[in-house]
Design a protein around this ligand. Sequence first.
Ligand SMILES: [Fe+2]
Ligand SMILES: [Fe+2]
Length: 476
Amino acid sequence: MEHIDILAPLDIELQKVRSLGGSMSIVVIPQRYADKALGCKRAVDTAVSMKDYLVVGLFNTQASEASARFLSIPKGIAVYPQDGQEIETLFFEALERLRFMGSTPWVKRLWDSIKDARTSGLKDDPESRFISSTFYQFLALLANHPNEMKYLLGDSDNPELSWVRDYIPYGHWNSGDSRKSVSEADITELVQSWRYQEKLEAKSEKGKNTLRKFRNIEHLFTLPSISREIIGLAGDSLLAASKMAGIIEKDPVLTSRILKVVNSAFYGFHRQIDSVEQAVVILGNDEVINLAFSIAIHKILETISPEVAKRLWEHSLVVAHLSQWLGPHLGYSNKQRLYTVGLLHDLGKIVFLQRGHFIGGSTGPASLEDLAAEEIDSGISHAEMGGYIAERWNLPEAIVDGLMSHHLPSKARDMSLAVTVHLADVLAHCGGIDLAKVNSAAVNYLSERKGPAISQDELSRRAGDIVQRVKTILET
Ligand SMILES: [Fe+2]
Ligand SMILES: [Fe+2]
């Protein structure tokens, strides 16, 4: 028998709805759940059996209601009129959704659609990369369901899916108790109740609004001009001390601050340093560039509450110095860049704070939940926001990329830089490397890298030492 004949009773109902004006849900359920499903349906609903499936038509019902009616039963739902006008169209749409939902690996499919969202629709818009590159709410869902993830990944190194792990903290992956059984139905229910598509749409709408709002704040995008000139010098290794000093001395405030800092206990020189040129000769170009850069950037912090600014500033400096020290151990040796990315890694937090947006992770490294909460509030997290500002400042792409991926190093074009800043951030917050707070991809990167490992003791000692030294700078 043709399926259209089997669907005839539903078609009659649909015609009624069409003439009265209303909605109707068509729900396709696998035959083995038919008994359970029939127990959930109302008297006014119509059900027909079609080979492997039970098809139920729910009179005047929207998708959310239909989904709640058949809770914990795998199903595909299509709704008249939004999903189609004809009974056949609706049936095939619902069937397609059932296949999509019921099939493993759904995580991979969801992920593919994130990637699609990244390349389509917003393609012509240069701001789209900041909005569509990550979906933290989804990653937080994965991280909080380690058992379901292990079920999907087969608890082993399924190469097709191993990327999933790279996006969650190592601690979350390890916390899954694989003895706890998870069924396909549990997973289907999880996916359906989570409303992936709706959340993704809300996120990109919010993200667009946020960037639109920040785009119009002109002063945010004028990096202090002296900083721009100094960043321009950063690539020039043969730069003469006198040329560098000449640029810095154009700004008397900057000059006096640099002299104050080089004469502070942080550097511990016995004799007085009284010219920028002398400071450059003694400290080296890179160090002076970093100093000048930090002092110039510090101006941006002047617009937020002094207490918060002080905490963020101290944290930024500690991460900058720790990144510079850690980088060469992890395969990244451009010290200038390490310093800049470390210093600016939470730039997005500063601009979010200025405009009353929510920021997460004020007491520790931002968790996926923190980043997801930022995303719910603004459509993007502080990491993307920082990348966006850096791009508007015309900073090099490596810096933009480093800022954007400091919480998810597997997203980075250059893993070594992103892993370094990620670890420096955790180290700055925790005084050691707490694997529960470290991204799994960073842990993998460390374990695959050959070379002498740094002991936890040395990490803590260094972190403590740098925090102390930064405090002495801040006192001047
Ligand atoms: Fe951050
Ligand atoms: Fe941070």
